[in-house]
Ligand binder design. Structure first.
Ligand code: BTN
Length: 323
């Protein structure tokens, strides 16, 4: 951690309290003048810091900006979120994460941006990613699992997002197969998982997450206004995006470590418990066929089971599923 991150961490550990210049200089391992210079830099970054003689420094307001320093301060994970690339504007965080992964970025690296000009979703669709309203991020993981099991990581991510939304906002959400998060009948979050592998080995996965956090209704273009929503619209409260990302990282690491040690069963149970899909009549479009049936559950590998009118059970690995 650099000095700014250490100072931010100290503020996070002592919310609303003064911390003396002496204490900060000891924690940071630098002079009090250096502390003051870094506080000035934080002010330039939009932090409001009160300075009172003999009491020290106190953080009044942190800007709602996604910086590496903010996300890493007080995170306390082993891997997830311990390396962050935060950008103002990018075309898409996905190719940047692929580039970073190919250059050896460690597992848990997060690439995020305030705005994407060419955000992309599943099946080549565009992903609307306006400035400052959402969480647009790509996570690099390197699981030592066989390639056919990698779709389970998408379900694991959806389960983790749903849990984080419940914990951070109390908004009830459901998961639509494989990885859309819905509030009522509107989508609030999507996941795009991309795999880089050799013939029999996973090199890495880039898990792209697009969450409409603080959008208001007028932020959505007409074509999305009936089908998309945000956590702020649903709860009436603004989401603290840094807190959300930190909690997501903690939850993801916990779920991921459990998955690596004990397998898919817990993710499957959680996914089924919060499923929007199970029990519904769905129309399934795969590359080769289209059929209708009732979604009845996941099999032990995470494949969606759909029973058609004739009672024939179909395994849906990859498809567009409509309701
Ligand atoms: C979907 O529901 O179709 C998936 C949407 C995934 C969007 C995220 S936003 C961060 C990352 N960068 C992208 O361009 N896409 C993913």
């Amino acid at each position: 951690m650099n000095i700014k991150q250490v100072i931010l961490q100290a503020f996070r550990d002592h919310p609303g309290e003064f911390i003396s210049g002496e204490d900060l200089s000891q924690t940071c391992g630098c002079s009090r003048t250096a502390v003051w210079k870094h506080i000035e830099e934080l002010r330039k970054d939009g932090y409001e810091v009160e300075a009172v003689r003999k009491s020290g420094y106190r953080l009044i307001v942190a800007p709602d900006r996604l910086s590496a320093a903010e996300i890493m301060a007080g995170l306390h994970t082993a891997r997830i979120g311990q390396n962050v690339f935060a950008h103002d504007e990018v075309v898409s965080t996905q190719p940047l994460a692929h580039e970073a992964a190919a250059k050896g970025a460690p597992e848990g690296t997060l690439v995020l941006a305030e705005q994407q000009t060419g955000g992309r979703g599943r099946l080549g669709r565009p992903w609307h990613s306006p400035k400052g309203t959402g969480i647009w991020m790509s996570l690099i993981v390197r699981p030592a699992i066989p390639i056919p099991k990698t779709p389970q990581m998408t379900l694991l991510t959806a389960v983790t997002i749903a849990r984080t939304i419940r914990e951070e906002t109390g908004v009830p959400v459901k998961i639509k197969w494989p990885n859309d998060i819905f509030c009522g009948d509107k989508k609030v979050c999507g996941v795009l998982t991309e795999l880089n592998a050799e013939s029999d080995r996973v090199n890495y996965l880039v898990i792209g997450i697009g969450l409409n956090a603080n959008s208001v209704q007028s932020d959505f273009p007409e074509e999305l206004s009936e089908i998309a929503t945000s956590l702020r619209i649903e709860s009436g409260d603004e989401v603290k995006r840094v807190d959300f990302i930190q909690q997501f990282c903690r939850n993801f690491e916990e779920e991921y470590d459990h998955f690596l040690q004990h397998g898919f069963q817990r993710v499957k149970q959680e996914w089924e418990k919060h499923s929007y899909s199970i029990g519904r009549w769905v129309s399934v479009q795969t590359i080769s066929q289209m059929f209708e049936g009732r979604a009845v559950g996941l099999d032990d590998e995470g494949v969606l089971m759909v029973e058609d009118r004739a009672g024939i059970m179909h395994k849906v690995y990859s498809a567009d599923v409509n309701y």
